[in-house]
Design a protein around this ligand. Structure first.
Ligand code: TLP
Length: 342
């Protein structure tokens, strides 16, 4: 199967499997797992933050971040297609008791001007703004990247008003590879950042939440409350370390393959996508011109050995990663062409 459903499907590399086998471990709830401690230190270093927390998933990392920065009954400003709003089972409300204040941003990229207009004080009718959340790269907008200036402006504006900014940087390493700047430079202005090692970086499990030491110490308690005390998690942290050190160099290749896919897709009648907008490893394309629903196309592709999911009736998402090479992308295009031509 050529699996383009997500970069979450990547299998651990041989180096990761070796490191997992040889990992030194201890009970991380006691803070005694040396490999977890190492990955947390390394994550703090690469993000330029004081401390980091190893969590089982991106969802848990975002959930803890929202909880750290807000109190019950506040609003969280985010983009209308953001992962925190649409794909985390309402955790903003369920765990933190907050209401999302969604802004429909072009390409998923918020600007300070848009954010500024939605900030509310506590009033007779309003819930106070508690946090601003930005997603970089933006998944459902097609792996789009925040310009450094936009991040800086949002953070400067927010900080002046005493507000915090959390970055869902599940794929911030993809942004760094595409922009050719270090991750720490991208995340420098934000208060906290979550990044996933389990996506394009290829580790089997895990994400890291980085930020100020006192916030991360409080986050550790929320992680335990959420059932995220993982004990001998060094076996996972070992793979995470390899993911952080070794995979970033390979991401440019995934981005080339995504561009190749987008260019091929744009030549298939009935499919529309702008290849120039594909900056990283995610391609969102519109199939409405084919007269087929995305579910029909998915089903046809599956029979032909290709997995690509719809994100709604008209749009589909293909995500490149190290387990799908250029030839496989070309094959996927051929099968897609055949499906829609029927
Ligand atoms: N994204 C998954 C699905 O949940 C959609 C995917 O296949 O892309 N932030 C962003 C931007 C994400 O894309 C994801 C996962 C998460 C957070 C959550 O990470 P996990 O799945 O580890 O909870």
């Amino acid at each position: 199967m050529i699996d383009l459903r997500s970069d979450t499907v990547t299998k651990p590399t041989a180096a990761m499997r070796r490191a997992m086998m040889e990992a030194e471990v201890g009970d991380d709830v006691y803070g005694e797992d040396p490999t977890v401690n190492l990955v947390e230190r390394r994550a703090a270093e690469v993000t330029g933050k004081e401390a980091a927390l190893f969590v089982p998933s991106g969802t848990m990392g975002n959930t803890i971040a929202v909880k750290l920065h807000t109190t019950h009954g506040q609003e969280v400003i985010c983009d209308s297609r953001s992962h925190v709003l649409n794909y985390e089972l309402g955790m903003i409300s369920w765990f933190s008791g907050c209401v999302p204040r969604a802004i429909a941003a072009a390409d998923g990229i918020l600007t300070w001007d848009q954010v500024r207009r939605e900030i509310r004080p506590l009033g007779p009718h309003w819930a106070q703004t508690g946090l601003i959340e930005i997603e970089n790269t933006h998944n459902m907008a097609g792996g789009t990247i925040y310009p450094l200036r936009a991040i800086r402006e949002i953070c400067d504006g927010a900080h002046e008003l005493g507000l915090k900014v959390h970055m869902d940087g599940a794929r911030v390493f993809n942004a760094a590879a595409a922009m050719n700047v270090p991750v720490r430079e991208i995340v420098e202005p934000v208060d906290t950042v979550m990044f996933c090692v389990s996506k394009a970086l290829g580790a089997p499990v895990g994400s890291l939440l980085a930020g100020p030491a006192d916030a991360i110490a409080r986050g550790r308690l929320y992680r335990k409350r959420l059932g995220g005390g993982m004990r001998q998690a060094g076996v996972l942290a070992a793979a995470a370390l390899i993911a952080i050190e070794e995979t970033p160099q390979c991401l440019a290749n995934d981005h080339c393959n995504a561009r190749l896919l987008a260019e091929g897709l744009s030549r298939i009648p009935g499919i529309s996508v702008d290849p120039a907008k594909v900056m990283t490893n995610i391609v969102i394309f519109d199939v409405s011109g084919t007269g087929m629903a995305s579910a029909e196309i998915s089903a046809c592709l599956k029979q032909r050995g290709v997995l690509i999911n719809g994100i709604n009736e008209r749009q589909m998402r293909a995500v490149t990663h190290y387990d799908v090479d250029r030839a496989a992308c070309e094959q996927a295009l051929e099968e897609l062409g055949a499906c829609v031509a029927r």
